[in-house]
Design a protein around this ligand. Structure first.
Ligand code: DAH
Length: 339
């Protein structure tokens, strides 16, 4: 009779489930507590007939162990499940991860570099803090040239002059000092001018300079190189126009216009109804400049050009205020995708 009771309890316990704290506690009270079913059976031991005592003893121990194991299992299970409740809910959607985009000036700079690299131009960079020699003297600027004036240049030290470069033409000089022709390179970089900030001008901006020095380099090479650049940058229908100009470091010098990429040359407010917009300065490297860098001007000739990256970006993306490039407003920056 009592043995039968043990079997029934064993069967019952092995099918029990407890998911919550309350159910686990109810299990403990029902079977394992002082007044629980198993202790009650132990109390019956004295009433068990002698010949059954041994079997009863063995069975009740199995029952007790089974109940304890089961209880332990329930306790561990609710512990791990409440822990994972605290840590993460794996069914929640993930936090969106915002990817940044390239700055429009970097996109345009990379595009300019890639256009020139297709026709054999390498890339080099020079320092932003420069001396008078590399920014002015070696580039044939007369001593009294207005560009050396305090109004244009940020000087760091006077006599000898240390300054923030006002153009990337300084890198031409460094390149010629450090290498032998043939030289065919572009020099991207940041430049600084002591100017009032407005929609059109900033005291910090970016340029890409180009230099080609070799035997028999002609103005026709310059023109063809720049025509190729204009068509790659602004589309195959783009036309160019060279107007005579003056720079101390080139002779002859020119400024290059492209047919307005906004109105296609018909006239609009970007090209001020002329159909043309200026994008760069250029010319044949002045023999004095070659000689300043120990390049034989009787043997070699060269051309150079320089353009503002902001200006190209403003034309290409139709941006009407240069200050937008430096404000780092995410609503502005995220509109540009590199190709
Ligand atoms: N350095 C000039 C500037 O900042 C741009 C320039 C003009 C560069 C003519 C050149 C050049 O190499 O040949 O305005």
């Amino acid at each position: 009779m009592l043995l039968q009771k043990i079997d029934t309890l064993l069967e019952e316990i092995s099918h029990k489930q407890a998911e919550t704290k309350e159910e686990v506690e109810a299990f403990r009270l029902q079977y394992l507590s002082k007044k629980g079913a198993i202790n009650k059976l132990f109390a019956e031991f004295k009433n068990v007939p002698k010949e059954e005592k041994k079997e009863f003893g063995q069975k009740i121990n199995v029952l007790k162990n089974t109940a304890q194991d089961k209880y332990q299992e329930f306790v561990e299970r609710i512990q791990t499940s409440s822990q994972s409740d605290l840590d993460v809910d794996v069914s929640l959607p993930g936090q969106p991860f915002q990817l940044g985009s390239r700055h429009p000036l970097s996109i345009i700079k990379n595009e300019i570099i890639s256009i020139f690299s297709k026709i054999g131009f390498t890339v080099a960079e020079g320092p932003e803090i420069e001396d008078d020699w590399h920014v002015f003297s070696a580039l044939n600027f007369p001593l009294e040239h207005p560009a050396r004036d305090m109004q244009d240049t940020f000087f760091i030290e006077k006599n000898p002059d240390i300054l923030l470069r006002t153009h990337t033409s300084s890198v031409q000089v460094r390149k010629m000092e450090n290498s032998e022709p043939p030289i065919r390179s572009v020099f991207p970089g940041r430049v600084f001018r002591n100017e009032a900030i407005s929609a059109r001008a900033h005291c910090i901006f970016h340029q890409v300079e180009g230099l080609y020095v070799d035997i028999d380099v002609s103005f026709a090479d310059l023109k063809q190189t720049l025509l190729y650049f204009a068509k790659e940058m602004f589309g195959a229908q783009t036309q160019i126009r060279l107007r005579p100009s003056y720079f101390p470091f080139t002779e002859p010098s020119a400024e290059m216009d492209i047919s307005c990429s906004i109105c296609g040359g018909k006239g609009c407010n970007v090209c001020k109804y002329s159909g043309w917009v200026e994008i760069l300065g250029c010319g044949m490297v002045d023999p004095n400049v070659l000689e300043s860098s120990q390049i034989d001007s009787k043997k070699y000739t060269g051309f150079a050009f320089g353009m503002g990256i902001e200006r190209i970006a403003m034309l290409k993306y139709q941006i009407n205020d240069i200050r937008l490039f430096f404000e780092n407003d995410i609503r502005f920056l995220k509109q540009f995708q590199s190709e």
